[in-house]
Design a binder for this molecule. Structure first.
Ligand code: PGA
Length: 236
């Protein structure tokens, strides 16, 4: 049985109080369904990470924490940025290259390659979003760090057109998503962990995650509700 990675991307949502309430609800439901074959990672805003981390330790829960972004620079005079070394106190994983960071904050492929390098340096697992195969080609041609560390990276095939953006769900066809996810491993030359992202919800998660080349999902809107997120974990 393949291992599934089920990752919540809360984006710019939830205060620390709301994050705590989610975690309390999720913790109660999660304990009976937690197992070795599923790795669950929650990526809240930076503000919620310290209190969530303390709660997870206190309750001895196997849910891991991730950030949604990291600075391409090391520590230094970069106002507003959080470096990988700072993030490493709080998280084991970090999303990089999300299409919303590109669209609204003008992140480039070059930035993303630097971010992956910073994360690898401090042993944080990058959750690297790939919007399409031409982006993957760019990464492999210009980002030696990605090719060299492909086994330490969780790749996510996430077509921007399938992202719900908090509105209606319109996931990519599962066969198409599977074919594109498979292409990431093909381009690297060996099997790498590859998730699918974009409108995953309790109704479609089991089918998407059953596909050969899809090892789980990056889940936005449906992860904001603890019950729905637990349904996804349970159903898959
Ligand atoms: P969505 O978001 O599940 O709301 O489509 C996924 C993502 O952007 O990571």
């Amino acid at each position: 049985m393949k291992k599934l990675f089920i990752i919540a991307n809360w984006k710019s949502n939830k205060t620390t109080t709301e994050a705590h309430e989610w975690l309390v609800e999720a913790a109660n439901a999660y304990e009976p369904i937690a197992n070795q074959d599923k790795e669950v990672i929650v990526c809240p805003s930076f503000t919620s990470l310290p209190s969530m981390k303390a709660y997870l330790i206190q309750k001895n829960l196997s849910i891991k924490l991730g950030a949604q972004d990291v600075s391409p620079f090391n520590d230094g005079a970069y106002t507003g940025e959080i470096s990988a070394r700072q993030a490493a106190e709080l998280v084991t994983h970090t999303i990089v290259g999300h299409s919303e960071r590109r669209k609204y904050f003008h992140e480039t492929d070059e930035d993303v390659i630097k971010e992956v390098a910073r994360l690898i340096e401090v042993n944080i697992t990058p959750i690297l979003c790939v919007s399409d195969m031409s982006q993957m080609d760019y990464y492999l041609m210009n980002g030696k760090v990605i090719l060299d560390n492909a086994d330490k990276i969780i790749f996510v095939y996430e077509p921007p057109s399938a992202i719900s953006g908090g509105g209606e769900f319109h996931a990519e066809d599962p066969e198409e998503a599977n074919k594109n996810a498979a292409e990431i491993s093909q381009k690297i030359g060996r099997k790498v962990i590859t998730l699918y992202g974009g409108s995953v919800n309790p109704e479609n998660a089991a089918l998407l995650f059953s596909k050969d080349s899809i090892d789980g999902g990056l889940i936005g809107q449906a992860s904001l509700d603890a019950e729905k997120f637990m349904q996804i974990i349970k159903s898959s």
